[in-house]
Design a binder for this molecule. Structure first.
Ligand code: PMV
Length: 353
């Protein structure tokens, strides 16, 4: 019988949304209530590295699928992972029935080894990179011919935002209208190269895990927040303006939509019953610092956005770095909750193609 070990490795980067995904119209399929748009960071910054392997010989020791996450063994039994593995196995199985000479990889146990090049506990978007890397590694292992859109549909079922991490650059996730979700996946708005000066800086305002998961938070917001319904009316226009701003490299508009989107999202969190607080005092200090520097400059030199946690992502253009760094230094250094270390520890992250 076939004793070989089959293996494939890949990496997927973190993405940070400027138009936020918040709300599911179908929680089982992870279908969103609105379109969203994010920027994928470069592979050299925050990313997950994943190796997928399978072999008939694994049956003897670990008959089921297993996951080694940052060196710790974990079962691959969350409903989300099961759905993703089932979809990928079904595609492989179809390929095997069409090509009987292929080894029956779909029947072998899978072993996944995954690690982040940043602390998983730091509250930074890790599920997006994690699921994107998982899906791509298994698709490579199974030599699936499917296009990135199909893989994006599968990744979406693992973690909504993961569907965007399969693409580089500026990436939209179209909510779609179909009940089966086959039109709810990511699409590239622009590659990174037309706007090479764009940078992201991540300010870690707290390394603690978030206390309300995005899935739980979204569900409560959808059920209880009136502001959320207002937000749904604003997002389509913001999506259009944002796509135009990116294609025109209009940082002023990009900056305005990004900060207002983040504030709108966190306002709906506060309007949720019971209220959800993701921002802390350090987050608010960062907001004030960016608002003040833009005012002083008389133009947008930077903008901010926060996901379901207190860490601040500042988007800015490279040429403004010295001014921005000096202002952040004055506003934030040594404040409670601020990471130890000098300002030189903070540097802009590049973003991927
Ligand atoms: O993909 P999830 O379920 O972790 O949700 C992510 C939600 C936000 O990060 C807050 C917004 C977004 O669009 O990424």
């Amino acid at each position: 019988s076939d004793q070989r070990i089959y293996r494939a490795s890949t990496t997927a980067p973190v993405n940070i949304a400027v138009i936020k995904y918040w709300g599911k119209r179908d929680p089982n399929l992870n279908l969103p209530t609105n379109d969203s748009l994010s920027i994928t960071l470069s592979q050299s910054d925050l990313r997950t590295h994943t190796t997928a392997s399978c072999s008939s010989t694994y049956r003897a020791s670990t008959p089921s699928d297993s996951l080694l996450l940052n060196g710790k063994t974990e079962p691959l039994t969350t409903p989300r992972s099961i759905v993703c593995l089932r979809s990928l196995r079904a595609l492989r199985s179809k390929l095997e029935s069409e090509n009987p000479e292929l080894p029956k990889l779909s029947t072998y146990p899978l072993r996944i080894a995954s690690s982040n090049n940043f602390p998983t506990a730091a509250g930074l978007a890790s599920s997006a990179a994690g699921f994107a890397a998982l899906i791509r590694a298994i698709a490579d292992l199974y030599e699936l011919p499917q296009d990135p859109r199909t893989l994006s549909v599968i990744a979406r079922q693992g973690s909504g935002s993961a569907c965007r991490s399969l693409f580089g650059g500026y990436v939209a996730w179209d909510a779609g209208v179909r009940e089966d979700g086959l039109d709810s996946c990511a699409r590239v708005v622009a590659s990174r190269s037309p706007w090479p000066e764009m940078r992201a800086l991540i300010l870690v305002a707290s390394a603690a895990q978030k206390d309300v998961s995005s899935t739980a938070g979204m569900q409560t917001t959808v059920k209880t927040s009136g502001l959320f319904r207002q937000r749904l009316e604003d997002v389509p226009r913001r999506m259009k303006e944002m796509e135009r701003a990116i294609l025109m490299r209009d940082f002023e508009t990009f900056a305005e939509i990004t900060r207002r989107e983040s504030n709108s999202f966190h306002a709906t969190c506060l309007d949720t019953d019971p209220p959800i607080f993701y921002l802390n005092e350090t987050s608010k200090m960062a907001i004030r610092a960016v608002e003040a520097m833009n005012k002083e400059a008389g133009m947008a030199v930077a903008t901010y956005t926060f996901d379901a946690g207190p860490n601040c992502v500042i988007y800015y253009l490279e040429m403004e770095w010295n001014f921005i760094a000096a202002k952040l230094h004055v506003a934030l250094k040594g404040k409670e909750g601020w990471p130890k270390g000098s300002m030189s520890d903070l540097s802009g992250l590049r973003m991927g193609n």
